[in-house]
Design a protein around this ligand. Structure first.
Ligand SMILES: Cc1cc2nc3c(=O)[nH]c(=O)nc-3n(C[C@H](O)[C@H](O)[C@H](O)COP(=O)(O)OP(=O)(O)OC[C@H]3O[C@@H](n4cnc5c(N)ncnc54)[C@H](O)[C@@H]3O)c2cc1C
Length: 306
């Protein structure tokens, strides 16, 4: 069965928006195609798409650039290229750790960070780390506006994005790179086969005080918990200004149990199992981020183990 009529490879954001507009809602953006082609093949019930608009030849969407302590990552940068970046490994380690376990090498070689976010699933591995990094997303809207907005504003429900991928384009992400006394870590639990999303993922960003013996502040994203990704704000608040020791970790774990209420998903895990794994992942990721922030040494773990 033919699923689309035309295939375009525009080379600029403006051309992409014009092409989408010319098809009046009956075309779709394609990046790596690892989610989209499966969706089109297995759930195709409506009329054939007029066109696919391939965004992988747009230079500003496939590059990474450092600006004033922040990194801008094009939405069409592949998971593999993120994993290969020594800068991201050193200064946004959780993103290398999450992109490094997406699917297998074939999926990572073509799958993009933008596709992971545009698909809008609260379990997306790239998503979990971008939330902990407090990333912003740059969107070129179909009506001609272009703006940066907090990444969480893109999520409206499971698989429901504020973006309409037949009209709007996710262009890039922007987040601050770690400075002295700051670091990140990501851990996840995944079924060995058969499903393409983790049971649970946990990304942590910490900033320590000058002595590096106390938390200054933290950002934590554990997901999926609800229908959209969220920060574990009560756990973050419990760490604020606290000494780095076992008591603080136990308190954080206790508050995570009390405040986070994961749901059961048919193919991946029960709520009870996820609740148990919240503790396991937090006990791994939080001390790892702290150790990296104290030592200034960050080497990604688990990459390629997807
Ligand atoms: C075997 C397998 C294993 C997988 N394992 C994992 C895993 O472990 N963890 C995980 O998180 N995911 C996993 N995935 C899901 C998927 O590979 C990732 O979400 C990937 O990042 C999607 O990117 P893509 O470029 O292939 O997106 P595409 O399939 O090209 O697009 C996905 C959706 O986003 C839209 N879109 C893409 N780019 C843009 C853009 N720039 N602007 C607006 N809309 C856009 C498309 O129209 C489509 O609706 C797996 C998939 C497969 C097939």
């Amino acid at each position: 069965m033919q699923l689309w009529q035309d295939y375009h490879t525009p080379t600029s954001v403006e051309e992409t928006i014009q092409l989408l507009s010319s098809y009046a809602g009956n075309s779709r953006i394609i990046a790596g195609g690892t989610d989209l082609l499966i969706d089109l093949q297995f759930s195709h019930s409506g009329p054939m798409l007029d066109a696919l608009i391939d965004v992988t030849a747009i230079p500003e969407m496939t590059r990474m650039s450092e600006q004033d302590g922040s990194l801008i990552v094009g939405a069409a940068v592949t998971h593999t290229n993120i994993v290969k970046s020594a800068l991201i490994e050193a200064k946004a380690t959780c993103l290398v750790e999450s992109c490094g376990v997406v699917g297998g090498p074939q999926v990572r070689n073509v799958g993009t960070l933008g596709g992971n976010v545009a698909h809008a699933l609260p379990a997306g591995d790239g998503t979990t780390s971008l939330v902990a990094l407090d990333a912003q997303a740059e969107v070129a809207w179909g009506d001609g506006r272009r703006e940066w907005l907090p990444i969480l504003e893109l999520y409206k429900g499971p698989g429901v994005s504020a973006l309409d991928s037949s009209r709007d384009l996710l262009v890039a992400f922007r987040f601050k790179l770690s400075k002295d006394g700051e670091a990140t870590a990501f851990k996840r639990i995944m079924r060995p086969q058969g499903v393409a999303l983790p049971v649970l993922g946990c990304a942590v960003w910490v900033r320590l005080d000058e002595s590096k013996q106390k938390y200054d502040c933290a950002r934590i994203c554990i997901g999926p918990i609800g229908s959209v990704p969220t920060r574990a704000t009560e756990v973050e608040l419990a760490l604020y200004g606290q000494p780095i020791n076992d008591d603080t970790l136990e308190k954080a774990v206790q508050i995570a149990h009390e405040s986070l209420h994961p749901r059961t998903s048919k193919y991946r895990a029960t709520a009870e199992y996820r609740d148990y794994m919240i503790e396991t992942l937090l006990r791994q990721a939080l001390p790892l981020a702290v150790k990296r922030a104290q030592t200034g040494v960050a080497q990604a773990e688990g990459v390629g183990m997807g």
